[in-house]
Design a protein around this ligand. Sequence first.
Ligand SMILES: *Cc1c(COP(=O)(O)O)cnc(C)c1O
Length: 559
Amino acid sequence: MADKYPSVAYFCMEYGLDHRMPLYAGGLGILAGDILKQAHDDQLPLVGVGILWRQGYTWQRLGANGQPYDSYPNYDEIKEWLVDTGVTVRVDVRGRPVRCRVWKTEAFGNAPLFLLDTNLPENEDRWITGQLYGGFEEDRLAQEIVLGVGGVRALQGLGIRPDLYHFNEGHAVLAGLELIRQKMRREEISFHRAWQLVRRQIVFTTHTPVREGNESHRYTALGYTGADLGFTHWQLERLGGAPFNMTVAGLRLSTLANAVSQLHAQTARRMWQDVKEAAPIRAITNGVHLPTWQDRSIAGIPRPLDPEAVWSVHQVLKEQLIDFVADRTGTRLLPDRLLVGFGRRAAPYKRSDLIFHRPEVIDPLLAERKVQFVFSGKAHPLDDVGKDIVARMAEMARRYPQAVAFLENYDMEVAARMTRGADVWLNNPRRPLEASGTSGMKAAANGVLNLSILDGWWPEACQHGRNGWQFGDGYEGDGQDERDLDALYKVLLNEVIPVYYDHPARWKQMMVNAIELAQPFSTHRMLEQYYTDLYEPALREGMHAGPIPENQLAGSQHE
Ligand SMILES: *Cc1c(COP(=O)(O)O)cnc(C)c1O
């Protein structure tokens, strides 16, 4: 069955497969991990290419002063999950050869993940695959050389010839440069022609809807590290502009691109509209791998779902979360009181402490324990603003010790517990900065009701008062924080709390409706759409494009 589908090599800097395999930082990696698992379940010919991070992402805990601090244990035991393929490839970084060993995950049969590792005795630069998103520009470029250039060479060393390369985010675009470089050499053709040919084999997913959040590099850094692969400034600028923007390059190196929700596609098209020769951006809304994120006990309830059965399974999951929180923090929350979960990367636009902004509203609710909160979140190790956000969440837990808990080191395990056991999943980013958001999908799949701004995936799913709630009406502009806060309190006080305590039958029916959202927001649906809306059209386009007339090439080079 599998061979009627195009084969795909999926490149990503991070993969969230399991909390014991810390090769991820956040949502981007969780998406990549979920895709591999789903490709495995659905027998699709997709392989992953990534990096074996020896120290993973930060392991972040709170110090006695209430500020988070980072540590980086070595995770050498990960190798027990991997097999050595026997393939090593060479890349050059700062003029020095770097050997990359290629490991392969044991699990996921037809959809293996290949991981590059520079931590070898013969390398001077063993550190390159040390810390995910660690270090500064030149370190990042070295890592991107390993992922992109090393990744292409690894596939060749393994004898894998994919029909398509899928770059998840801009980190992987050096793979496109390597493919162009090889084609120019092998076929003795011009840069422009090789670019146009290679492009037919590449698709690209864009994420961060803030221009500054899209990585760009100075030409001196590209040259110094060797990330330029010997291309001229002029050639590189045709792809990535100046400075060299990885997302712009991704859009110009691909035939088709996608954004990760309908709203994000609009935002991304607007954001990149001035990029000439960019691939069209389609909308393919993210999903989650249900066997990972939907608790078995929920999945096992007979269909059609009986609201009482859903409720009693939920209460067990809630008690499990309460025990987990008590073990980790000493705070024992109450199972018969509303429990709101909030787990996010600590970035300012996520507005983690918005709900606390008006003590006169929230304090009485917490004092009576009408609502309880469990928070979690991690900041990038170099992001002091993010660290202050984490410190503020922790401070709220100290200020309201009965009703607010903070879980350190937000990871897949914490996320899984929270999105199974909370009653409500709160999400209040500053619109339109949430590209998709997948934690809310995990929550819905477990009957946890979303209470969210109309951002990311939620405008596509929300039926207010039926399967969750929206607040803020999609407003963007001046005074957004204040307006969103008014709206949040209004919905919380007039709808969420009364339905929870006074209309349990309605609450339980809403949980049933939320669980029914799981199918459309699963990676099963998403991958199907990748094949029908991205992979197959990209290949068709490539075939129909035919040969590129030589006379067009020379003339088009100096526009
Ligand atoms: C699901 C998940 C995310 C992504 O969630 P968002 O809704 O995009 O914030 C991030 N981190 C972890 C650990 C997750 O499990």
